[in-house]
Design a protein around this ligand. Structure first.
Ligand SMILES: O=C(O)[C@@H](CO)OP(=O)(O)O
Ligand SMILES: [Mg+2]
Length: 427
């Protein structure tokens, strides 16, 4: 007789992500009947050092399939995990990595590997009859502070402005429900301000942010500050700003090329400009201010902007090795964690632990191409990441995560603390 936790069935199929492109869903069943399925997301501003997402034809954008990734789950990866103990996540993940055998999962695909990794955890949780966040939990459960996209640019909005996201952080809110309600008010008020300015604010970007075309990057931040004020809230004290610059996207031959402003800057001038924004505006967090391999510029940014949260996404790509270099060289002070950049649940979890040990803050993040699956919220609570970034409050693949957090908060009550605004650095 098989042990109840023994993996007996693995399946996979193609589903659509929120951009209408195919992505991978996988299912795992254990002998005791526990069942889990998970769909993996897909990015647009993809870091060059990320684990490899397998797409037939190698094309990210042309709607090309993920048939090979799905096939890899049904064959090689199914053979790899069948018979294994689903409750030993680390052993399952190590076996998945070994089956691929390449550093960045180029052979079988990080999308295939992560789908199986997640479905395994969900099946084990189901077998234990506990929700995923509890199954994954360490010492404590924490409801994360959200950072939420209001205005979009860059690769998510056809380059309306150069910086990719202007987000808000409801720093004074005392619960996730209060935080979301605050942001919903800011969003509505920002739409009103943008329309008064003559913009068509009904154009939304990949993550539901407003895709308004503005004369320059700084005015995207100022628009959101006016939105906060128009909502009757105090910028900085009640609602702060965060930016995802995603600078790799506009880094060309050693210079930062602001196409929306028709300007090109040396790294030092670009960092000085960001520092000026941080002095003038209520910014608490800047993600990817510099390009992913421009470590010198990052070091300078850390020196100039170190009073606020400096978040490495394309820089660290949820990689233990790149984070180690960051910590060793005193670069950045926070890491964006995207499980599909890493490839396995165990790998991403270790990076969260490594960051916390080094005193780096962690922000768990969705991708711009998402599905309605909401496992990310469970990870944020169980792993106590402290912060989460999911996109806007206006698209269902995003609200699936926000609504899951509301449900978890209700379920756990006082057992889980709300991280609150104290987890972001302020200048
Ligand atoms: O850059 C980012 O942080 C993410 C999410 O906003 O975008 P993408 O999934 O396109 O990499
Ligand atoms: Mg980013």
């Amino acid at each position: 007789m098989a042990e109840p936790m023994e993996i007996v069935d693995v399946d996979a199929w193609e589903v659509l992500d929120s951009r209408g492109r195919p992505t991978v869903a996988a299912a795992v069943r254990v002998a005791g009947g526990g069942y889990g399925e998970a769909a993996v997301p897909s990015g647009a501003s993809v870091g060059s050092h990320e684990a490899h997402e397998l797409r037939d034809g190698g094309e990210r954008y042309a709607g090309r399939g993920v048939r090979t990734a799905v096939e890899n789950v049904r064959t090689t990866l199914a053979d790899t995990v069948k018979g294994r103990d689903a409750s030993d996540q680390q052993a399952v993940d190590e076996a998945l990595l070994a089956a691929d055998g390449t550093k960045n999962l180029e052979r079988l695909g990080a999308n295939a590997v992560l789908a199986v990794s997640l479905a395994t955890a969900k099946a084990a949780a189901d077998q234990h009859r506990v929700p995923l966040y509890r199954y994954l939990a360490g010492d404590q459960l924490t409801i994360p502070l959200p950072m939420i996209n209001i205005v979009s640019g860059g690769a998510h909005a056809g380059g309306a402005v150069d910086i990719q996201d202007v987000l808000v952080v409801p720093v004074a809110a005392e619960s996730i429900a209060d935080a979301l309600e605050t942001v919903v008010r800011v969003r509505a008020a920002t739409v009103e301000v943008a329309e008064t300015d003559g913009h068509r604010a009904n154009l939304v970007a990949d993550e539901g942010g407003l895709g308004v075309t503005l004369p320059n990057n700084r005015s995207a931040l100022e628009l959101v500050v006016r939105g906060i004020e128009h909502a009757g809230l105090r910028p900085g004290d009640e609602v702060a700003l965060a930016i995802d610059v995603a600078a790799t996207q506009f880094y060309r031959d050693g210079r930062y090329v602001l196409a929306a402003e028709n300007r090109e800057l040396e790294a030092a001038d670009w960092v000085a400009e960001l520092a000026q924004w941080a002095r003038d505006l209520p910014i608490v967090s800047i993600e990817d201010p510099c390009a992913d391999d421009d470590w010198d510029a990052w070091a300078l940014a850390t020196k100039e902007l170190g009073g606020i949260q400096l978040l490495g996404d394309d820089l660290f790509v949820t990689s233990a090795e790149r984070l180690r270099r960051g910590v060793d060289e005193d670069i950045a002070n926070a890491i964006l964690v995207k499980p599909n950049q890493n490839g396995t649940l165990t790998g991403a979890r270790q990076v969260v632990r490594q960051a916390h040990k080094a005193g780096y803050a962690t922000v768990l993040s969705a991708r711009s191409g998402e599905t309605e699956d909401s496992w990310l919220s469970d990870l944020a609570v169980g792993w106590a990441t402290g912060q989460i970034k999911v996109g806007s409050t206006t698209r269902s693949e995003r609200t699936a995560k926000w609504n899951r957090l509301l449900r978890i908060a209700r379920e756990v009550g006082a057992e889980a603390a709300y991280a609150g605004g104290a987890v972001v650095r302020r200048g």
